[in-house]
Design a protein around this ligand. Structure first.
Ligand SMILES: [Mg+2]
Length: 213
């Protein structure tokens, strides 16, 4: 089966826990299944928004649960990723490399034109783009996307604009939730043990991709 192709939607018993009781999400499965690009803000979305500065540079914390979800999303469903941040920083560059993110845009803005350039580069339009962000500059991503998601602890204005708000905070599994929504909608949930893209213990992909804890 080609990557990203839609299979029949699995039975309700396989519904990810983060989708239970969320009727609006379940009513949007067709729209979710149509997504081919996710565009993510970094600080406060992929991280908890904290940046620690030391004499040796800056330190950020990323969720391994988010990482595993993003690896599944790319490998099983063929969904492409763009990480877009107004702030430059080597931790983000390293994490994106580990996860093989297709498009990394650091130290850029405003985000609307940046997203458009990514979409042109990948040949994927707004109608097949889902974006996610936590602060006011990210509303420009919303304008260029079919669906916009905010982490639970996003700024109020951003939550209000969002089509969906995750149960988890940024950097604490919010991105993983979106990955599970998309995997489910596209018929790739739950990933079978044999499909574990991290491979067996000690194999190189687990280390290269840095998603396993
Ligand atoms: Mg942010």
């Amino acid at each position: 089966m080609p990557k990203g192709s839609k299979r029949s939607i699995p039975a309700g018993k396989d519904l990810p826990r983060c989708m239970r009781g969320r009727s609006k999400l379940l009513d949007s499965l067709e729209r979710l299944a149509n997504i081919r690009l996710i565009a993510l803000d970094i600080d406060g979305t992929l991280t908890d928004g904290q940046v620690v500065y030391s004499v040796e540079g800056s330190v950020q914390r990323y969720s391994v649960h988010d990482g595993q979800g993003l690896v599944w999303l790319r490998r099983l469903a063929g969904v492409q990723q763009a990480w877009i941040s107004g702030r430059a920083g080597s931790p983000a560059r390293r994490r994106a490399k580990e996860l093989k993110v297709e498009c990394l845009r650091l130290g850029v803005g405003p985000k609307g034109p940046v997203l458009r350039s990514v979409q042109e580069e990948l040949g994927i339009g707004p109608e097949q783009t889902l974006s996610m962000g936590d602060d006011l500059p990210d509303l420009a991503l919303a304008d260029g996307s079919a669906l916009f998601v905010a982490p639970r602890n996003a700024r109020g204005e951003v939550r209000q604009r969002a089509d969906f708000v995750t149960k988890a905070n940024g950097g604490a599994g919010a991105v993983r939730e979106v990955c599970e929504w998309l995997l489910y909608a596209k018929g790739f949930w739950p990933p079978a043990p044999g499909q574990n893209p991290e491979g067996s213990a000690g194999s190189s992909p687990a280390h290269e991709e840095g998603a396993a804890g």
